[in-house]
Design a protein around this ligand. Structure first.
Ligand SMILES: [Zn+2]
Length: 208
């Protein structure tokens, strides 16, 4: 664990100084432009892939970048309260759902009972993506094509979570007034490519 302490020392000696003025400006308040909802996966680094700085992104990370339906229950408050705070208190301009390739959470949707027994909390959390699983299960022969199932699940999951956002009355209202953008991105880890979901065309289009 020594590398964690060394990292802090290096941050203080180097990076902090490079952005000293920025940190001073941020000391009293934050005005992030974007709520970034991403997977907890260690390979997703929100500020790196968006070339943003401290203060730019308000971030929610959870297994498989899921958004609970509006007030479906009083569970899952860590995610729903952060959405509420970002939109109603911080007035972010964008909500970005960022899914990714090789997502362990999306893959776990298809675990069997025995595998799920070891991860009961994850299993409960993943119920939020039940509609994704149900839709994928309707695809003929999909379980014989693991690679196809993987990317289809990951992409469909992004679209489903965007839909869940629209179940929040205050998000729907701001979106209708064009005060809020809703974005869905699919990030490919090994190529660095990001595909943006075009709501009108209903397809992912590479950002370039
Ligand atoms: Zn993931």
């Amino acid at each position: 664990m020594e590398y964690l302490f060394n990292g802090v020392k290096e941050f203080n000696a180097k990076d902090f100084h490079e952005h000293k003025e920025l940190f001073e400006n941020l000391s009293k308040k934050q005005t992030p432009h974007t709520l970034f909802i991403g997977c907890s996966d260690s390979r997703i680094v929100p500020n790196l892939i968006t070339k943003t700085l401290p203060g730019d992104l308000f971030v929610i990370r959870n297994i498989a970048n899921l958004v609970p339906f509006y007030r479906e229950s009083d569970d899952f408050l860590a995610t729903t309260s952060a959405i509420e705070f970002a939109v109603k208190a911080l007035n972010v301009e964008n909500i970005l759902i960022c899914g990714h390739s090789n997502c362990g959470g999306c893959n776990a949707l298809f675990f069997d009972e025995e595998q799920l027994k070891n991860i009961p909390h994850t299993s409960k959390w993943l119920q939020l993506a039940k509609s994704v699983k149900d839709k994928i299960n309707l695809e003929p022969n999909i379980h014989n094509e693991p690679a196809k199932r993987e990317w289809m699940t990951e992409q469909l999951n992004i679209i489903e979570q965007m839909n869940h956002l629209f179940s929040y009355p205050y998000i729907k209202e701001k979106y209708a007034k064009k005060e809020l953008n809703i974005l869905g991105w699919y990030y490919i880890i090994e190529t660095g490519e990001i595909f943006n979901y075009n709501i009108d065309e209903q397809r992912f289009i590479k950002i370039e």
